[in-house]
Design a protein around this ligand. Structure first.
Ligand SMILES: Cc1cc2nc3c(=O)[nH]c(=O)nc-3n(C[C@H](O)[C@H](O)[C@H](O)COP(=O)(O)OP(=O)(O)OC[C@H]3O[C@@H](n4cnc5c(N)ncnc54)[C@H](O)[C@@H]3O)c2cc1C
Length: 478
C-alpha cells in the first residue's frame, strides 16, 4: 500500500495552484491545504495497518489489490467495496466526498466495462484498462472535472460566441491532443495525483470537439488550478473551527491552457455518443455514487451523534418531545439511509460479469439525500435555539484572567462544564453554520446534480413495469 510520506512527496511536483492571484509553492506546506493533505496522508498510513479492510484478493492474478480497485462481480464484492469506502469516509467523519476511493470507483467501472470504450476503437478500451491497472498498482489518487462553468447553458458548446469556453480539442498531433477551456469544479484536485476530464452534462450533436474523456496528471504543463477561498485560512483556531481548519477538500476550478494529452491517456475521442453513454450505460455512475452514499451514511451518524450530544449537554436525554424529534426527524432518516445502501449492495444487477449496485436504491438515496440534509440541518438548528450565538468569541476567553471566571460560570450548563459545552457547540456550528457548514450543505445538494436531474435518474431506474402489471391484474379482475 501507498505510504503517507510517499503521497506527500508526490504532491511536490510543480502543480500550478493559484490562490489570491499568487502561485502556491507547495500544497503540503501552505496553510490553505496542509491540514487536509495531512489527513489524507494519515489515512494512507492507516490503510496500510488495516489491510483486511483496505485490500482484497485479486480475482484475476492472485495476490492482493486495494479493495477500491476491485471490479465487483457479486454482492460480496460490493460488501468489500462498502467496507473500504467506509474506511476512507471515517477518516474525515464523512465530511470529505472526493477521497481517493471516489474516482477510483469510476475508473474501476470503466475498466470493468471496456466494451463501451472499444466502440470508439479498441485502442481506447486498451487505454482505459492500462491506466486502470497503473492506478490500481500505484494506488493513485484521482479527482475529476466533468461539469463546465455556468457561462452559457442555453446553447451547446460549439455554438458559444467564443470557442473553447468549455474544455475541448484545439489541436491533434502525433503525440496526442491539445485541450483548451475550463471546467467548473474539481473537488480535491489540489491534493490528487491525476485528474479525469470529461462531461456528465449533455453534449449536443455538433459538440464533437468537446466529446472527450481522458486523464491528465495534476502537474501537466498548462493545467492551472484556481481554488475557491479555502476555509482553513479563515479558521482562527482548531478549537473555534475544528472542521474548517482540518477537513476542507478545496473545490477548484480547472483551466486547460493548451494541455497536451498523450494518446494513451485518451478514453473517448470526438465521440458524443460515447461521452454521453460512459457514465450510465457503463456501471460508473452507480459504482461511484455507491461510494457517495456510504460516505454520506458516515456523515449522518456524525450528525446523529452531534444532535444527541447537543441535547445531552443541555438537558440530559431530553424530554419526551425532544426524544420524539431525535427519533422521528434524525434517527429515522439515518436508519432508512443505511438500509438503502445495504439494499443497493445486497441486490446488485449482474451483467457481463459486473455487479452494479442496484440503481433504484442508489438514485432513491441520492434523490432523498439532497432534500434530507436540509431538513436535518434545520432540525439541529431547532434543537439548538440561540446556543451557537451565545458562545465566547474564542478559546482565549478561557485563558484571559479578565474573562476566565465569567466564561466558566456563564457558558456552562447543568449537564456540562463550560469548556466541554463550548467545544461541542463550536464543532456543531462549524458543521452546519459556518461558511464550511454552508459548503457542506451545498455539496450534498449538488455534488452530483440538480434535483430534477437526479429525480429523472430515479424515474429511469424504478421498475414501473412491475408496478403497472399489478394495476393491470387488478383491472382485469372486473
Ligand atoms: C461543493 C461541490 C463540489 C463539487 N465537486 C465536483 C467535482 O469534484 N467534480 C465535478 O465535476 N463537479 C463537481 N461539482 C459540480 C457538480 O457536478 C455540479 O454543481 C452539478 O452537476 C450541478 O451543475 P451546476 O452547478 O452547473 O448547476 P445547474 O445544473 O445549472 O443547476 C442549477 C439550477 O438549475 C436548475 N436545473 C438544472 N438542470 C435542470 C434540468 N435539467 N431541469 C430543470 N432544472 C434544472 C435547477 O433548478 C438547479 O437548481 C461540485 C459541486 C459542488 C456544489
Amino acid at each position: 500500500m501507498r505510504r503517507g510520506a510517499d503521497y506527500l512527496a508526490s504532491l511536490r511536483d510543480g502543480r500550478a495552484v493559484f490562490l489570491d492571484g499568487e502561485r502556491v509553492d507547495d500544497v503540503t506546506k501552505h496553510p490553505a491545504f496542509a491540514e487536509s493533505v495531512r489527513r489524507i496522508a494519515e489515512r494512507y498510513d492507516a490503510a496500510g495497518e488495516a489491510l483486511d479492510v483496505t485490500t482484497c484478493a485479486d480475482p484475476a492474478r492472485g495476490g492482493r489489490i486495494g479493495a477500491m480497485w476491485l471490479i465487483p462481480q457479486s454482492a460480496e464484492d460490493l460488501g468489500r467495496r462498502r467496507a473500504v469506502h467506509r474506511f476512507w469516509a471515517e477518516g474525515s467523519y464523512g465530511l470529505m466526498g472526493r477521497t481517493p476511493d471516489h474516482v477510483a470507483s469510476v475508473l474501476t467501472a470503466f475498466a470493468g466495462w471496456r466494451q463501451l470504450f472499444d466502440r470508439g476503437g479498441r485502442q481506447f478500451g486498451d487505454n482505459v484498462v492500462r491506466f486502470y491497472e497503473r492506478a490500481r498498482d500505484e494506488d493513485l489518487y484521482l479527482a475529476y472535472a466533468i461539469v463546465p462553468p455556468q457561462i452559457d447553458r442555453s446553447t451547446p458548446a460549439h455554438k458559444h460566441p467564443e470557442p473553447f469556453l468549455h474544455p475541448g480539442v484545439v489541436k491533434e498531433t502525433d503525440a496526442g491532443i491539445v485541450i483548451r477551456g475550463a471546467h467548473s469544479i474539481a473537488t480535491s484536485v489540489t491534493m490528487a495525483d491525476w485528474l479525469y476530464v470529461s462531461y456528465i452534462t449533455p453534449l449536443a450533436p455538433g459538440d464533437v470537439d468537446y466529446a472527450i474523456s481522458l486523464v491528465v496528471p495534476v502537474n501537466a504543463q498548462g493545467l492551472r488550478l484556481l481554488p475557491r477561498r479555502p476555509y482553513a485560512t479563515l479558521a482562527t483556531s482548531v478549537y473555534d473551527y475544528p472542521l474548517s481548519a482540518r477537513f476542507d477538500e478545496v473545490d477548484t476550478t480547472v483551466v486547460f491552457d493548451d494541455v497536451l494529452v498523450p494518446w494513451e491517456h485518451v478514453f473517448v475521442y470526438r465521440n458524443v455518443e460515447l461521452v454521453t453513454a460512459q457514465f450510465h450505460e457503463s456501471p460508473a455512475h452507480v459504482t461511484a455514487n455507491f461510494q457517495s452514499l456510504v460516505r454520506f451514511g458516515v456523515k449522518l451518524e456524525l450528525l446523529a451523534g452531534l444532535a444527541m450530544k447537543l441535547v445531552e449537554v443541555g438537558r440530559g436525554e431530553g424530554d419526551a418531545n425532544t426524544q420524539a424529534t431525535l427519533g422521528g426527524e434524525i434517527a429515522t432518516f439515518c436508519a432508512m439511509f443505511d438500509a438503502l445502501v445495504k439494499a443497493a449492495e445486497r441486490f446488485p444487477l449482474v451483467s457481463e460479469g459486473y455487479a452494479r449496485p442496484d440503481p433504484q436504491y442508489i438514485y432513491a438515496g441520492m434523490s432523498l439525500q439532497r432534500r434530507l440534509i436540509v431538513d436535518l440541518y434545520r432540525t439541529v438548528r431547532e434543537l439548538a435555539g440561540g446556543a451557537f450565538q451565545n458562545l465566547p468569541s474564542s478559546e482565549a476567553s478561557f485563558l484571559s484572567p479578565e474573562t476566565r471566571a465569567h466564561t466558566e460560570r456563564y457558558y456552562r450548563s447543568t449537564a456540562a462544564g463550560a469548556r466541554d459545552r463550548v467545544k461541542l457547540l463550536k464543532l456543531i456550528w462549524d458543521f452546519i453554520g459556518t461558511e464550511y457548514g454552508g459548503r457542506q450543505l451545498q455539496y450534498e445538494m449538488f455534488y452530483s446534480a440538480a434535483q430534477p436531474v437526479v429525480n429523472r435518474r430515479m424515474f429511469r431506474s424504478y421498475d414501473w413495469a412491475s408496478a403497472k402489471a399489478l394495476v393491470d391484474r387488478l383491472l382485469s379482475e372486473y
